[in-house]
Design a protein. Structure first.
Length: 425
């Protein structure tokens, strides 16, 4: 008996599949247009989620190039917009130490007080620096005066030449390490040829000792548009001598001890500046926290993109239901004949559900293929990255659409009375 039961069910399903395929092929253009709605919806989901994933990974990679275990200590700004220590405070009393100094930087490398700090580097900056070489000019986006430790902290590598030395940093030797963008704009496409050349920075001559390897633009800024010179040369020739640094770059021993390193830095500077957490005259920016914030933001963006694509998929599903309702109406007499010769309600339901499922699955498979093809090309400056789970999700969603949006038309067909169906004109 079980064998007969299973055989009967199998025959019923096979018959339903045959009728469903016949129904799909009977109206080719209508089936193609309905499939196209599902195709567009599935492809949109895959491509937009791939764009979100690609954007997230690009941001992570860009921040990773700058160092994920880096802290930046900078002077706190007052309500008037001027940095504490950079001039007279607008309101409120000044604390004992309102500048970031080389002594502060040295204190942060104390192995007892700051065991999780690996290295530090001073940063002196200048604005509106223009580089010239022969007839070429270039407005430098980032101009930094520092020590050689800055390069390792910032994950910089050389494409050509060499870094300047600690001796150059302390003596103010007129040497410069330039980024790939600066080298190309000033000297030409061959960055190697820039090494040894003399360029003018706001009229001051500097010999190029090295060219940094390309990091790539993040879209918001260009990390390759940079000039790095010894901090003492920056003070002598650009900013004027000042005991205050623009910031101190701090490298933690690993990304796992970032919070501990930040606490140690704050404890040391609080003591040196005679401040508390309530009135600090400096601020610490944690690169790991920036990465977390960026990741959260891009995750939200990805969800929004997926929701927008989901709307188009919903519209495609409604299209499937609409076409199936039309199909049921057109084939009312056929349904009546089938029921009159003994077709069960389940057989009628399965026929139209399978027909809806076939249309949706074909659209889903073609949509997945279109999504892969569309994701192969950069979109809005971002290279989409297809996530494997979106493919499986899209396939399951297309199947679910076929079932969910096919249930009502299938039930409507199954509920028809044979006598009423046969009389239908």
């Amino acid at each position: 008996m079980p064998t007969c039961s299973h055989g009967g069910a199998g025959m019923m399903i096979a018959e339903s599949v045959r009728f469903a395929l016949t129904g799909v092929m009977a109206n080719k253009m209508r089936s193609i247009l309905t499939t196209l709605g599902i195709l567009i919806g599935i492809a949109s989901v895959i491509i937009l989620l791939a764009v979100g994933a690609g954007t997230s990974n690009a941001i992570k990679a860009q921040i990773g190039k700058l160092g994920t275990n880096v802290l930046t200590v900078s002077r706190q700004t007052t309500a008037g917009g001027r940095a504490a220590g950079g001039g007279q405070a607008v309101t409120g009393p000044r604390s004992r130490g309102t500048n970031l100094t080389l002594q502060d930087m040295a204190a942060l490398t104390d192995p007892v007080m700051a065991p999780d700090v690996a290295a530090t580097a001073p940063v002196v900056t200048a604005q509106n620096v223009t580089g010239t070489y022969q007839d070429a000019t270039h407005a430098v986006a980032t101009f930094v005066g520092t020590t050689p430790s800055y390069f390792s902290i910032s994950n910089d590598t050389l494409a050509a030449g060499s870094y300047f030395s600690d001796g150059d940093a302390s003596s103010g030797t007129a040497v410069a390490v330039i980024g790939n963008t600066v080298a190309q704009d000033l000297v030409g496409s061959s960055v190697t040829s820039a090494v040894g050349q003399t360029i003018a920075l706001n009229g001051q001559n500097f010999v190029v000792s090295g060219v940094l390897a390309q990091k790539g633009s993040s879209g918001l800024n260009d990390p390759d548009d940079i000039v790095v010179i010894p901090y003492s040369a920056a003070q002598d020739k650009f900013t004027g001598y000042s005991p205050s640094l623009a910031s101190i770059t701090v490298q933690a021993k690993s990304a796992d001890v970032m919070n501990q390193a930040q606490n140690e830095v704050q404890m040391i500077l609080d003591a040196r500046h005679n401040v508390t957490s309530a009135n600090r005259d400096y601020q610490v920016r944690n690169q790991a926290q920036i990465l977390t914030t960026a990741t959260t933001t891009t995750a939200t963006l990805t969800i929004l993109l997926g929701a927008v694509a989901g709307i188009s998929l919903l519209v495609g599903g409604i299209g499937v239901m609409n076409i199936m309702l039309v199909t049921v109406t057109e084939r009312t007499r056929e349904i009546g004949i089938r029921k009159a010769i003994g077709a069960s309600r389940g057989s009628i339901v399965s026929q139209f559900l399978i027909e809806s499922l076939i249309i949706s699955l074909i659209g889903g498979v073609l949509g997945i293929a279109a999504g892969y093809i569309g994701s192969a090309f950069p979109l809005l400056g971002t290279q989409p990255e297809v996530q494997w789970w979106t493919v499986w999700l899209s396939f399951l969603v297309s199947a679910a659409i076929g079932l969910i949006f096919g249930i009502y038309p299938a039930n409507k067909a199954a509920k028809l009375r044979p006598i009423d169906a046969l009389r239908y004109e």
